[in-house]
Design a protein around this ligand. Structure first.
Ligand code: EPZ
Length: 422
């Protein structure tokens, strides 16, 4: 397994291009199942999760071709040969469950493995099931698989989610595009990736209004056509690289970044003493001199502070000038980066959903281990400012969600290299 070695102390100066959003692309790709005409996605990120989704869609009979070195994907599910998403694929990537809604809407049935737990939590699917049952599907759990059937097709309904789940919103909206009648989804997720999915579905002929608000209305149509859609910029990659100069010093321009993708996050970074300026190419980020200020953070659904940036913010708070409390409200076990940061000298107390971080002058490099996608990148960020060498192991987690992280950071002056494992 590959490792990444970071030697701390170098300031960062330069430009980092922000790729298309992993979490948008993982919802856009299954949308091909809703139509028998080609869907072309541009600005697609080159990540292992995209390869996994490609394999899954191909196992269902879809054709997926990638061009321009993976930046352009053309998907076509003219004739589906299977409606079953196997455990060995779904367990690797939970987003595989996003084929459930489209398969049900297009083919009238789907068999999708429950993903099983992952490092950050149990990841149940009760909200997905409740939404699809409201649309008239019968969903049964048998030997670890969800068996969903929509005899006579899906019917529009009024659905209110107890929690604004991103994935459940995506499954319900995609399924409702081909349901008979109108669907109103209340307490819908508002994330930019939902807005991007709806824009693509609308280009395919879907009739949807309200994306980005808590109330999305979908008027079912008989069929959807093809489309070409540009994947929105990845706000989590953006936020991750905004923290890099805040930790290492210097100033970086993040090409393609816009403030509206991360409203609460930008406010918190500015409170901590980081300057953020929108330029006509992206976001320019610089740390004012000296240490960042301690700020408290509570993760919330969009437009609140994103849970996917909590680990990265914790890495920044490790060398703040005070005490910061980070509250994780979205996942039940998302502080696994804390013990690894403590190996680097961080002072962190974790109690339930709260982590209290007391800033120290500087961390010390150490061998650390990645446990999940965002935890792994938080360790690299910590290494940028640490004294000496930090070796981050198990970086396959990293490659799921970050394109060429060592190239993007070394282009700005970071001392970082990938060591190929056996
Ligand atoms: C999406 O996961 C993202 N993944 C996650 O990013 C992100 O952390 C999450 O949204 C929250 O923003 C993709 O888009 C592929 P949820 P998703 O359904 O859809 C509970 C990353 O690092 N829940 O909004 O699975 C669930 O257990 C990944 O890129 C239920 O209880 O998130 C969790 O506690 C990690 N029942 C909370 O809701 C359900 O049926 C948020 O889940 C569904 C979810």
């Amino acid at each position: 397994m590959d490792s990444i070695i970071v030697t701390g102390g170098a300031e960062l100066n330069g430009r980092i291009p922000i790729a298309g959003a992993k979490n948008a692309c993982l919802a856009l790709m299954p949308a091909t199942l809703l139509s028998d005409e080609p869907l072309t996605l541009t600005n697609a990120p080159r990540l292992s999760d995209i390869k996994t989704m490609t394999q899954l869609l191909q196992s269902l009979g879809a054709e997926v071709t990638s061009m321009q070195d993976g930046r352009v994907l053309t998907l076509s599910s003219h004739n589906l040969t299977s409606h079953r998403a196997d455990y060995d694929i779904v367990r690797k990537m939970r987003a595989s469950n996003l084929v459930l809604g489209p398969l049900l809407a297009r083919a009238g049935h789907a068999v999708v493995s429950l993903p099983g737990g992952c490092a950050i939590g149990a990841r149940p699917m009760d909200l997905h099931i409740a939404g699809l049952e409201a649309l008239g599907a019968e969903v049964e759990l048998k030997d670890g698989y969800l068996h969903a059937v929509a005899r006579g097709g899906l019917k529009g309904a009024v659905i209110e989610q107890r929690f604004a789940s991103v994935g459940a919103t995506e499954n319900i909206v995609m399924a409702a595009t081909l349901a008979k009648g109108t669907t109103v989804l209340k307490n819908a997720a508002r994330e930019p990736e939902i807005v991007d999915l709806v824009r693509c579905l609308r280009a395919m002929g879907a009739r949807i209004a309200g994306e980005g608000t808590s109330r999305i209305e979908i008027e079912g149509v008989d069929r959807l056509g093809g489309a070409t859609h540009r994947v929105v910029a990845d706000r989590i990659e953006l936020g991750t690289y905004m923290i890099a100069p805040a930790i290492a010093g210097g100033s970086v321009e993040l090409i393609g970044g816009t403030r509206d993708l991360l409203p609460a996050f930008c406010e918190k970074l500015e409170e901590a003493g980081v300057t953020i300026t929108q330029t006509n190419e992206g976001l320019h980020v610089a740390r004012a001199n000296g240490r960042v200020h301690a700020v408290d953070v509570k993760t919330e659904v969009y437009p609140g502070f994103p849970t996917d940036l909590q680990a990265q913010m914790m890495a920044l708070m490790c060398t703040s000038d005070g005490v910061s409390v980070l509250e994780e409200t979205i996942f039940e076990n998302r502080f696994m980066h804390a013990p690894e940061l403590m190996r680097m000298g961080a002072k962190i107390d974790v109690h339930g959903g709260h982590a209290t971080v007391t800033g120290v002058q500087r961390l010390k490099g150490a061998p650390v281990m990645a446990t999940d996608l965002r935890a792994s990148v938080s360790l690299i960020l910590a290494g940028l400012g640490a004294e000496g060498e930090t070796q981050v192991n198990r970086v396959y987690h990293l490659d799921r969600g970050y394109e060429r992280v060592e190239e993007k950071l070394s282009a700005c002056g970071a001392r970082i290299e990938r060591v190929r494992g056996e």
